[in-house]
Each structure stands twice: as C-alpha cells, then as structure tokens.
Design a protein around this ligand. Sequence first.
Ligand code: FUB
Length: 325
Amino acid sequence: MKQPRYLVPDLYTADPAVHIFNGKIYIYPSHDIESGIPENDNGDHFDMRDYHVFSMDEIDGEVTDHGVVLDVKNIPWGGRQLWAPDVAFKNCKYYLYFPLKDKNDIFRIGVAVSGKPEGPFIPQSDPIKGSFTIDPAVLDNNDGNFFIYFGGLWGGQLQRYRNNKVIENPAEPADAEPALCARVAKLSDDMLEFAEEPRDVLILDENGKPLKAGDHDRRYFEGSWMHKYNDKYYFSYSTGNTHRLCYAIADNPYGPFTYQGVILTPVVGWTTHHSIVEFKGKWYLFHHDSVPSGGKTWLRSIKVVELEYNEDGTIKTIDGGGNLE
Ligand code: FUB
C-alpha cells in the first residue's frame, strides 16, 4: 500500500480501533454526526449516538458496513456521547468497550457483548465499576491476561481525578509538575470488570524523569493504543492540543514507558486517534482526519496507511498532512 486510503466514504467515522479476527480486518470506529452543537473545549460537539462495524478481507479490499451494532438508546445507564471504542475477543465472545456519559454527565466505560465480531453487541446494565473518563483500548497479552488502557484530558474528564478518586477542584497539574497519565488495569476473567485498581501509565523522558504537564508536545492527552513488537510493549497516544500521535516503549504492559517519538504529525482537524495492527506481515496505522468534510473537526473520516519500523525498533514518522491552526 503506497498511498493512505480513506475507508468509509458515505459516513463520517473516527477513532478506528482495528483487530484481525478469523483472518479478517475488523474496524470499530466512532460514528460522527452533524449534531448542530457549537464546537467547544469540552467536546460537546462530538455527540455521537451509535456505532457501526466495518470489515474487509484485504487491506485494499472492499469495505463491508455491518450497520448499527450498538445504539445509545439501548444502553440502560446511558446519557450522551458515544466516544472511541475498542473490542477484545475471549472464549468465543467479543467484548466492545465504550466510553459514554452517564445520566449525571460523567464519562464511564461500558461493555457490550456479542458472539460475532461484527455484532450486534448487547450492553451490560451498568458501566464497569470504578470506571471513569474515555478512550478504552484493550491489550490481549496472549497469556490469558487482558489489560485495559484509558483516559483523556479536557472533555474526557481525566483532570477531575487523582489516584482514581474525584478531586474537589478539577484541574491539570501546573506545568512543572508530572503530567497526568493514562490509566491501565487488568481485566477480570469474565472481561466485565477491572480486576485491580487502575494504575498510572507513566511515561519517562530520556533522563528517566516523568514527562511534565507543560510538555504538551509529548505528554499524554487521549487515544491510548497498545501493541507489541519484538516482545516490547508500544504505548501510543494523542498529544491532543499539539495534535501528534506519539509513542513510548516498555518491557511489560504496566510500564514505566520511555518516550520515543512521533508516529504521525498533525492532520487536518483537531483530534488525532489511531490503532496499529499487523496484517499479513505488514504493519498499518489506522487513524482519521477531517479532509473529506472540508476541515470540520467533528466530522472525521477514517483512513489507513502503512507503518514502518527502523532496524532498532523505532517507528518511522508519518506525515499527517498538516492541521488547520
Ligand atoms: O471521538 C471523540 C473523541 O475525540 C475521542 O474519544 C477522542 O480520542 C477524540 O478522537
């Protein structure tokens, strides 16, 4: 694949979580809509109401739309805003993890279950106990353990918490303080709960010091993804207001991770969100931009581009094509 490819021309889609199930490529994106809500830093304009699943047999093959697989109106605890999901497979079942504001307008993470990768998915009656904020991404560690990574700043509400507890005056730390971290927890055997208290996904700089909150070019903002390459754990994420996809490496799923560099420079649009998968011996970056909508930040389109590693395991930076600012 030489050129990036847009995958779904007839719907606005974003935040593609991609997995290979039964030899096929399955894409689990957000489904963007024109909500009419004015753009703000809280992300209210991302008022998504359902998910579609897409699949394809080859990276350049025809894309099948499996239709609506989960709708907010069928989620008993749901309020508004179905944001970026992910899916994991265990014991013949597929688990869809999704962020959604509850009826008190607080983001929680829910789970919906299906016997098929293309859904439909049946939601649990309550969100995961102790869950908060957004952007779940699940790692199958191939040893029976599954780890869920999550968290997002600003509209994603991560700044409202410290040590998994709500704080009185929500704010990001001062610039010279350690940055807020994404969270990671092992999942329970039934895949429906956290098996432990979520921990920090700590990212260290080249001197072994935690990235600072003021280091907007490198610190975590949202959009966790985890993949393994040559037995190392690659934690990748969006820097949000500096619009990069960056990554950090560790030798275990909890970290600490050491910052490595930029995977994708800014795209047209504000958000950047991705997944990284291997298919038939090549690696691919799935992400989104707002080119097809003419730059409307809340109407995004998913795409795929090949991702390459250097000999030393670092990732070659991909040009995102610029942003609007
Ligand atoms: O799609 C809504 C939100 O925008 C996602 O949850 C974030 O990662 C950002 O892409």
